[in-house]
Design a protein around this ligand. Sequence first.
Ligand code: MF3
Ligand code: CO
Ligand code: CO
Length: 289
Amino acid sequence: MSARFEQFSWVPLSSLRSPRTPAATASRGKGVSIKTAEEIARMRVAGRLAAQVLEMIGGYVRPGTTTGELDRICHDFIVDEQRAIPAPLNYKGFPKSICTSVNHQVCHGIPGNKRLKKGDILNIDITVIKDGYHGDTSKMFFVGEPSILARRLAKTTQEAMCTGIAQVKPGANLSDIGHAIQQFAEGKRYSVVQEYCGHGIGHNFHEEPQVLHYGKPGEGIILVPGMCFTVEPMVNAGKRHIKLLPDGWTVVTKDRSLSAQWEHTVLVTQDGHEILTLRSEEREQAFTP
Ligand code: MF3
Ligand code: CO
Ligand code: CO
C-alpha cells in the first residue's frame, strides 16, 4: 500500500496502449489508466507469479526461521526461477525484496535477523514485475498455533478484503469497496487503518486511484472494465492508530495491538472482476465472504 496522501507520478501512456472508449477517456482524465488487452495479458502473468511466491514460501514459515531468510528465499525464487523482478528492492530506498510484518507490525516490515517464534503471526507481501507489469499480493501466515484472537483477526481481515472485492464491478463507485470493508471489520469490533490504502497498479507499482479501506458508499470514480487496482485492508485488534518506526518503513500499531493484512490485485471486467493474484488454495474454496 502507499501512504495515503502521497502524490503518484503519472507516467506517459506506453506504446502498448490502443484507442479508447469514451468511458476509458473519462477515467483517464482522472489519471486512472484503463488497461488494453495486451496489458491485461501481462498483468495476468505478473499476478500469477506473485501468487505463486506466496504459495512457495508457506512451507518455510516456521519457528526459528528469520524474516531475512524468507526474503532471501523469495528473492532467489523470483529472480532465478520466475525470471522476474522483486519490485520492493530499492523502491524508494526499501532495502529488501519482500515486506514481512510480524504481530503488531501493520505493514512494510523490513526482513531482518529476528527469529520467528511459535504463536507469531505475520504478513508476507510480494510484488513482482514481469515484462514491465506488476502483481501485488499478501497473506497472513501463522508460526505454529496462533492464539484464538490472532486466528480470528486474520480470518476477519481476509473476509473484509473479500467483501471489498465483491463490490468490484462496472458501474460501482470506488468508495463502495472501502465502505464494505469498514462495515465488516468494525462489525467484528476491530479497527481499520486509514493512513495506507490500496492503489492502481500496472506498468507502475503505485498508480491512481487510491483505494481507501473505509468511508461512505457512492463516492469517487465509477469503475470501468480494464481498471486494475489492489484491495489490501489493514485491520487492528485494538485502536486504528499507527506510528512509523525510526527505520522509516515499518508501520506499527500505536497501542501495540495485533494487526493483520491481506492483499489482492483485481481487474474490473465486463461483468464483475477477476482476481489476478488468486492462489490455488482460494480457487478450491468458494471465494466469497
Ligand atoms: N507491496 C506494498 C503494497 O502493497 C508496497 C511495499 S513498498 C515497499 O503496496 F517499498 F515497502 F516495498
Ligand atoms: Co499494494
Ligand atoms: Co503489497
